[in-house]
Design a protein around this ligand. Sequence first.
Ligand SMILES: [Zn+2]
Length: 594
Amino acid sequence: MSNMRRGRLSSDVIESVRVATDIVELVSQYVNLKRSGSSLKGLCPFHGEKTPSFYVRQDRQMYYCFGCQRGGDPFRFVMEHDGVSFTEAVRLLGQRAGIVVETSSEDSGHDGLYAVAEAAAKFFTEALHGSEGERVRAYLAQRGITRSTAERFRLGAAPAAWDRLSLALRDDGVAEETLVQLGLAARRKGGDGVYDVFRDRLMFPIQSLSGRVIGFGGRILPGPETGDAPKYLNSVDSPIYHKGKVLYGLAEARAAIRRADSAIITEGYMDALSLTQAGVEHVVAACGTAFGPAQAALLHRYSHRAYILGDSDSAGRRASVRAAGLLLEHGFLVHIVELPSGYDPDAFVREHGGAAMATRVREAPGYIAHMKLLVDRRAGALAVKERVVRHLLADLGRISDPVLQELYAKELARSFGLSETTVAAGLTQRKTPSATVQDVSTRSADTEPASVAVRAARRGLLRIGLANRADAARVTSELEAPDFGGGLERRLFEAIETAGADGHWRDHAADRDTDSLGSELEFEGAPPGDPEQLLRDYRATLLAARLDKTGADLSRRLAEAEARDDAEAADRLLAEKSILARDRSELRRPPSSS
Ligand SMILES: [Zn+2]
């Protein structure tokens, strides 16, 4: 399992980026850090909190949050923060430090696609501010979008012609195939040449979290020859763009989302734009799709409270309720913002301003209260009430966090005048095991239960090993992976063992749970006491557990041998047992005094 996360990057490159990067400098860009003993602490950028539990240690170049139990090194920080791969994190940190990271992996194959998407974005922006952009500029003016908002979101104009973009990019040496792959052009019927997909439209470039253009949305301009063309057109999925995994505006909005400790989810690009312009900046939009699970998971990194702000028509309401269920499943506190009928978010903001919108959002009822309001409006309809309660029970059944689920269940009972027992029974009936969301409290769960002493010894040894490299070598040379069970502790042991002398165990711990456990233990430091003595005691505990396990195994095989009257096997197993018993009793004896 070597070099699991390194991919195709050379270790020299990783090393030079590592040396050139400082965790405090990096984290300080996003978190206000204050000194606290030998560490610095601040509000965790990965979960909403009011009192700091996010710690950074400069001496160890690591961070750990006691609130969400996530931790790692600078690479992990960028991976989590920007939602990128390890390779991409190295590239981004390299960029900061002025180190060119050549990626020979498929990422660099995509560099070409990113460059073309960027070139297209530039083409559209230039078109917007040139003579061809007149109609789009007029449209933006009519919608009250200022020039600075247009620039901030890099809005553009697709000319009203069949091949202006294709020709311009082909002149720059871009292959037709690439344009088709990015959904910017389509092949002509008959197969000869391509034509532009986006024509006579207002263009919204969609950016990745690291700020690269990856796709586009295009809104048709109102006019006589609009015909039956779709109002919005979106890029097709490509190797660099996956609609379901991107939220429009998140790169821009994430700092505001952290500050507000909540996110507003809208349907359209224009909604996101006009809210931001009106000073309500913690807003994102799904990119021309229904809000999906990957988007919920992405947003959950920045906030655990979501305000769904849809249109006030019935399609908008249905979409809101569907999104609410999904957000609950992902552990969000969900609110639904209702607008007066006939308004969409953009229209509301233009008419009433940002402050009025902010108030609407702030005072928006929680999901259950919202559903109760809807029911109350149809007074007396018991059938409606019953259907809504069953729907809510189904949604609450999807919440994997038991605390959140119970809070919501209590609210459901209170709002709809049901007993808590009835609600609890309704929930148990519906409960289906969810394998998608991992419960933090069970993340170190092992396949076999281990005693308290064994668990303490495993963690103690890992703490010693993580605190200093010389001791790590002793821990790994005297014990074996199975001594650490079958869960995260074992994966961490294996990572430390594989890293060996260079000590960069994180490069060998591919998953973030192992990384987080390692950070937690590294943060705790070596247990207090004489390290020699501790090493001996912990080692003895684990060896004893190992022998006990072998002993239990021997007893089982002995019973089997006796059951089938196999005297020869029974004798051999008995002999093994007695040797084992001797080894075991020696372990119990106090270490010979030195
Ligand atoms: Zn946290």
